[in-house]
Design a protein around this ligand. Structure first.
Ligand SMILES: NC(=O)c1ccc[n+]([C@@H]2O[C@H](COP(=O)([O-])OP(=O)(O)OC[C@H]3O[C@@H](n4cnc5c(N)ncnc54)[C@H](O)[C@@H]3O)[C@@H](O)[C@H]2O)c1
Ligand SMILES: [Zn+2]
Length: 369
């Protein structure tokens, strides 16, 4: 695929404040060309293993390779398969085999170049090898730039469930070149927007309003709205993670839209619906559920539905029985002592976490059809 010419903008930096494990997120159009400088400036040197897949390597491998070589780093590529099927213990172990074979040392660097899949598996391998080597995330999808590369969750899937195996492991630095979004399939971009909308709903009504005002420019990937959007999402996630790194309280609000979303995603066998598409529907439905429980106004539901629609996402639950949905919702990781906990909006920018009763959800489901 032809790459668009290098385009620079000013660099935005978001600090993630985690004491000794603090790190910066750098956001800039054209940043891939400066990866070598970024690593050097943060005091890193030596060998760099780049974990990526063939799609991303073909698009961006040579830019990253020459940028690193220019600063005397010695890059080496490891490819994993494209998509979710790479997120297995088997592939994590293959990455580690290569690190052992190359006699990688604790001071060498592991760099993830790709979307959430590559970031999750590479971070997990980095956390395990010699009990942890420096890890850099270079996020190339919208999901990775607003969500997965920030917060230190790494891991792989078990055959009985997604992300069941993993570790909290913070990177040394996260780099985001907004230009990489230009080669991303439209469907992936739109799916990423679901998580963006989520941040507005859970944390920042002004940001939600910004999305309402700029959604068309965002869909066209105009530089300034895109940079601002990524920065704001990273700030919000960084803020939430700094307050609750290990998800014992506040971090749960990031699961807004995900109780119903995960259920729909698992029912579609992780194939028909991609994660963000399921979260888009989940947010509208959870807002509607909150309205039916008397927790928010109808205006909240309307604004939630409209922005989801304008972003190009669906909002309706596919045809199914309540019992099917309820069973799938019970498999969610956020079930505590058998109770389903769900994040519900109280207003735009404000949510709370409530236990769900089967009776009231059933009533809502019957009425909303
Ligand atoms: N760790 C976390 O906190 C966290 C949060 C959210 C999601 N995740 C995980 O992230 C994964 C989903 O991430 P994703 O949506 O980025 O999917 P992905 O990594 O599979 O990327 C989507 C597709 O885009 C391709 N791609 C990547 N960058 C590209 C580019 N610039 N141009 C063209 N194609 C490109 C990929 O090869 C892939 O085919 C899931 O496994 C999910 O569990 C983790
Ligand atoms: Zn999500």
């Amino acid at each position: 695929m032809k790459q668009s010419p290098r385009q620079n903008s000013s660099r935005l930096t978001v600090p993630v404040d985690l004491g000794q494990r603090s790190y910066p997120i750098h956001i800039q159009a054209g940043l891939l060309h400066d990866i070598g400088d970024c690593l050097q400036q943060s005091g890193l040197s030596g060998r760099v293993v780049i974990v990526t897949n063939s799609i991303v390597r073909q698009l961006y491998g040579s830019i990253v390779n020459s940028s690193l070589k220019r600063r005397e780093f010695r890059p080496l590529f490891i490819e994993v398969p494209d998509g979710e099927r790479a997120k297995t213990l088997g592939w994590a172990s293959k990455i580690i085999d290569q690190l052992v074979a190359q006699r990688f040392e604790r001071s060498d660097i592991l760099l993830a170049l790709g979307g959430g899949v590559v970031g999750d598996i590479a971070g997990f391998a980095a956390s395990m090898y010699v009990r942890g080597i420096p890890f850099i995330q270079v996020a190339t999808t919208l999901v990775a730039q607003v969500d997965s590369s920030v917060g230190g969750k790494t891991g792989v899937n078990h055959r009985l469930g997604k992300n069941l195996i993993g570790a909290f492991y913070q990177p040394k630095m996260v780099l985001m070149d907004t230009q990489t979004l230009r080669t991303l399939p439209k469907r992936e971009l739109v799916a990423g927007l679901a998580e963006v909308i989520k941040y507005g709903m859970i944390y920042d009504r002004h940001f939600f309003q910004y999305l309402e005002d700029h959604i068309e420019s965002i869909l066209k990937l105009e530089t300034h709205p895109i940079q601002y959007l990524i920065k704001r999402c990273c700030e919000i996630k960084a803020d939430v993670v700094a307050k609750d790194e290990r998800e014992s309280g506040l971090r749960r609000i990031l699961n807004y839209g995900h109780t119903i979303g995960h259920a729909l995603e698992s029912m579609s066998g992780y194939r028909k619906m991609i994660h963000g598409e399921a979260v888009g529907i989940g947010m509208v439905q959870e807002a509607d559920l909150a309205y039916s429980l008397g927790l928010c106004s109808s205006k909240v539901v309307t604004r939630q539905r409209e922005i989801v629609q304008r972003a190009g996402l669906s909002w309706q639950i596919p045809k199914m029985k309540f019992s099917e949905l309820w069973t799938a919702m019970q498999h969610d990781k956020k079930v505590v002592n058998g109770n389903i906990h769900c994040v519900v909006p109280k207003a735009i920018g404000r949510v709370s976490v409530i236990p769900l009763e089967q009776k009231s959800v059933k009533k809502w489901f019957a009425q909303s059809r």
